[in-house]
Design a protein around this ligand. Structure first.
Ligand SMILES: OC[C@H]1O[C@H](O[C@H]2O[C@H](CO)[C@@H](O)[C@H](O)[C@H]2O)[C@H](O)[C@@H](O)[C@@H]1O
Length: 564
């Protein structure tokens, strides 16, 4: 199998292996984000000469450190100073927020775009061999913390936040970068580094164009974007599809699938240690499955575990992402197919629009035959090895509501009941990613902004007061969690803990990150949608105690605290 990219410095080879396995850096990503101080050939020759000085070619820790100090420079050189020129204070969104504390917090969130803006320097364009950064022609907003480059699916929530912040030029530039990526790679890479270039992430580009088009009605932009959106769609249907046969009917569905070998460069030691002791073939298979997990955006989760008996169970080493047909990916592509049909209609091409109408019909049939469980009243991931659905709870089990990808209105009501009975609403600070405590970051006790937002949006679209009320309660709960953490830490986090007021999430292979692009974008969207009723005071969900006792006390403390 090919390595994550062809660079013998950033993606494959002995230098990468020795530096990462020696754990010179606390975080493997730090090394592969460094700039070279000499041309790759010179660095590789120098390393080869160095290895010859030591038995077995293994360079000792101190000599490796010295080598890295000589031939690599700290990351940061790949950017030019930039502040979004379209940022202005007091976007209209603020006037929709009734609670004064939430309003001033929203103003600060709006201000955070300035610190998360990045423009890649011309030197990256002119000397790409010296960097792992992928050159993007337009500046954009990054997630923050260790994530200093674009991330594909994060950008959907960032972009919707930017639109509410009235930063259309920055939003447009980000979409143009992604279109440029499709032009160059045939798909959008996971993130803006060459070590991400052979895998993608959940394909949100059509929905980004939809958001931008709805805000601007820029038909010319749509005309230019559409052929590239179709190219990306072909990638997902050509390279990420699988035929699933149920009751003798064959359905074409999508899955995450990355045929790329070797450990992930940015998490090299994690992958190498996990595969230690396995036969070479099993090692390589595991590394492909971990990359498919990264492609799903859920890296990592017990959701992708399948043990030797084919059951959705096991441990990290049992990650088998590509043997699962995920509900959310198929719901997202269903929504994309509908959006592509709409775009063709706007541009007057009825014939092409019908092609996508048919794709939606086929997708609906597939989702309902393979993923829908009428008894349980929800959609479940399909395990290709056992030919069964995984009955565990994930917020994505309701993603067809968000995508409006179901045929009977009563399915929405059934899904609402399923959610109420799932146990997932019992937590005071958000809906957990799963009910399993695996230690992975996409599991209990973490709650992630994109999942909260998709669930809330899905419920709010149902034609039922009950569902709309629940959506509004979940919005209140999530905003309160974000706000409490902001007050405590003066920061927005990539994820939160569902069982601790204002507590950031944890687990997984890196420290919880601050910034944070999608968190800010999702919060601004909820503040926009529910601003007239959200309060800084608390949530009606989770433990009843909160409303009665804890929240008034917490509020009083914040109210009288000098900094507030
Ligand atoms: O370095 C480890 C992994 O980090 C990324 O994944 C996490 O952060 C992303 C940015 O916020 C987010 O899109 C993803 O859902 C998170 O799990 C990266 O995307 C992975 O490929 C990488 O291996």
């Amino acid at each position: 199998l090919p390595p994550p990219c062809d660079s013998e410095i950033y993606c494959t080879g002995e230098l990468l292996r020795q530096v990462q396995m020696a754990k010179l850096f606390d975080d493997n990503k730090a090394f592969v984000d460094m700039k070279l101080t000499a041309a790759p050939d010179i660095v590789l020759d120098a390393f080869s000469n160095l290895t010859q000085k030591f038995p077995n070619g293994t360079v000792p820790h101190s000599a490796l450190q010295e080598f890295v100090n000589t031939y690599f420079a700290n990351s940061g050189k790949e950017f030019e100073p930039w502040s979004p020129p379209d940022w202005h204070d007091k976007p209209k969104l603020l006037s929709k927020i009734s609670d004064a504390k939430l309003r001033s917090w929203a103003e600060e969130l709006h201000g955070l775009w300035k610190s998360l803006g990045r423009k890649i320097s011309n030197d990256v364009r002119d000397n790409p061999q010296m960097y792992s950064m992928i050159y993007c022609p337009y500046p954009g907003i990054v997630p923050g913390g260790r994530f200093t480059e674009f991330y594909y699916w994060d950008s959907y929530w960032v972009l919707n936040g930017l639109i509410l912040s009235e930063m259309m030029e920055t939003a447009k530039g980000m979409i143009q970068n992604f279109l440029h990526m499709v032009d160059r790679y045939g798909f959008v890479p996971n993130g803006g580094r060459i070590y991400y270039e052979r895998r993608s992430q959940p394909p949100f580009l059509p929905l980004m164009v939809e958001s931008y088009y709805e805000a601007t009605k820029d038909v010319e932009f749509l005309r230019k974007a559409l052929p590239l959106l179709e190219n990306e769609y072909s990638f997902w249907m050509g390279k990420r599809s699988i035929v699933v046969e149920v009751n003798s009917v064959k359905h074409v569905m999508n899955r995450y699938y990355v045929q790329v070998g070797q450990p992930r460069p940015e998490s090299y030691t994690h992958d190498a240690e996990l595969a230690e002791g396995l036969p070479a073939e099993a090692q390589e298979k595991l590394w492909t499955e971990l990359k498919a997990g990264a492609e799903s955006g859920w890296d990592f989760s017990s959701r992708w575990y399948i043990n030797n008996l084919g059951q959705n169970n096991g441990s990290f080493g049992d990650t088998r992402t590509s043997s699962i047909v995920p509900v959310d990916l198929n719901a997202l592509i269903c929504r994309n197919e509908r959006v592509l049909a709409t775009f063709h209609r706007i541009l007057g091409d009825e014939e092409r629009a019908r092609v996508y109408d048919s794709a939606v019909s086929l997708r609906l049939k597939a989702i309902e035959s393979v993923l829908w469980d009428a008894e349980k009243g929800a959609w479940f991931d399909y395990n290709l090895l056992s030919g069964t659905r995984n009955s565990a709870f994930y917020p994505t089990n309701l993603s067809p509501l968000w995508a409006r990808c179901y045929s009977q209105p009563e399915m929405g009501q059934q899904a609402l009941q399923y959610l109420r009975g799932s146990g997932a609403l019992d937590y005071p600070n958000g809906v957990p990613t799963s009910l399993s405590q695996s230690g992975q970051q996409w599991d209990m006790p973490n709650a992630w902004p994109p999942l909260q937002h998709m669930l809330i949006e899905g419920l709010s679209q149902l034609d039922s007061t009950d569902a709309k009320d629940l959506a509004s309660d979940l919005a209140q709960q999530w905003i309160h969690t974000n706000w409490l953490a902001y007050v405590k830490y003066d920061a927005m986090f990539e994820k939160y803990d569902v069982s601790g007021d204002g507590k950031p999430g944890g687990g997984g292979e890196y420290e919880v990150q601050l910034g944070f692009g999608w968190t800010n974008g999702a919060a601004l969207q909820l503040l926009d949608q529910y601003g007239n009723k959200l309060t800084s005071g608390g949530s009606v969900l989770g433990s009843g105690l909160q409303i009665g006792l804890i929240y008034p006390i917490v509020n009083a403390i914040f109210y009288y605290a000098p900094f507030w």
